[in-house]
Design a protein around this ligand. Structure first.
Ligand code: SIN
Length: 307
């Protein structure tokens, strides 16, 4: 039997596939559908201190195997997600995504998490491109350091960050140097590729921000693979890399792992296909591993040194 189990921090998972934050994970019904699926686990919709309606519609548009969105972090608020996780027998294996909207939101978010007895991991979203007037946090290295100083002084949870895509080798070096200063459990690469523009008929495809939004799906795969690989090469071994971006087939999962991902998140294609995507991707990943003679993901990862 082919082994596609994986580990992030101290937590073991029976396979290496999960949703990306924002996809099918906002409401109780959506989270239940992931819980009942063959995904290894789930990450919640990014929770903010207060519930948010998000940006005006239409705010998501699929084209081919790709998508553009400007959701604007619609979510039910941190209290809802902590309450949901309280009743989840596997909460230690879950990822709670959070984002501060205002500078002093982070201590309040962490205080609520600390008071809740939540045992799982935290994915700090430093990369949403869709809040009007707010830059993507991780492009500001000083602000990123300040948030990481804060979170590690307040929390004892296993913490990771979700990064936007980087494009410049010097920026990979600088961001990895910064991240290596902290006891991070994981780094997720990448969030959507910010501020693309897609035309539908005679106008922009989505309404917020005059049509500008984050690109996802197959169009971002080379950028996602570059980021996974660049950060895997630069981060300390103990920081796991979670790959996200452009996964349509098991071959795409295989390539993320080849570039250094320990876990792979699915975004646009999960929204298109629903949770049934997970058994399909598992089957296709195993077929791809067999094609190269691998029976276990751990063995396959040793291939990394060759790319
Ligand atoms: C959004 O809600 O705008 C998408 C999520 C994200 O980019 O972090």
């Amino acid at each position: 039997m082919t082994n596609i189990s994986t580990t992030i921090g101290k937590v073991n998972f029976d396979n290496c596939l999960m949703n990306a934050a924002g996809i099918l994970c906002m409401s109780q019904a959506e989270l239940d559908s992931l819980k009942d699926s063959q995904a290894a686990t789930f990450v919640t919709k990014t929770a903010t201190l207060q519930a948010r309606p998000g940006n005006p519609e239409p705010r998501y548009y699929a084209f081919g195997d790709s998508s553009i969105n400007s959701m604007g972090l619609p979510n039910l608020g941190i209290d809802f997600y902590l309450d949901y996780l309280k009743h989840d027998a596997r909460q230690a294996q879950r990822f709670l995504s959070i984002a501060p909207i205002q500078p002093d939101d982070l201590p309040q978010l962490i205080e609520k998490i600390n008071q809740s007895h939540y045992q799982g991991m935290i994915e700090l979203n430093l990369s949403c491109p869709n809040i009007p007037g707010k830059p993507q946090t991780a492009y500001d290295f000083e602000q990123t350091a300040s948030l990481l100083d804060q979170i590690f002084s307040l929390s004892e949870h296993a913490i990771g960050v979700k990064l936007p895509p980087f494009f410049d080798l010097v920026h990979f070096d600088q961001m990895a140097d910064l991240l290596n200063r902290y006891p991070l459990t994981f780094v997720t690469c990448i969030n959507s590729l910010g501020n693309g523009l897609v035309i539908n008929e005679l106008s922009v495809a989505i309404k917020p921000k005059q049509g500008f939004g984050g690109l996802g799906g197959s169009i971002v795969k080379p950028t996602a693979l570059a980021n996974v690989h660049a950060f895997r090469q630069r981060l300390k071994d103990e920081i796991h890399v979670i790959g996200a971006g452009g996964v349509i087939t098991g071959r795409d999962v295989f390539e993320h792992i080849l570039c250094g991902a320990d876990m792979v998140q699915i975004g646009s294609q999960l929204l298109k296909e629903g949770p049934e995507i997970f058994p399909r991707l598992q089957t296709e990943l195993i077929e791809e591993m067999h094609r190269y003679g691998y029976q276990s993901l751990a063995d396959f990862r040793n291939q990394l040194k060759y790319i």
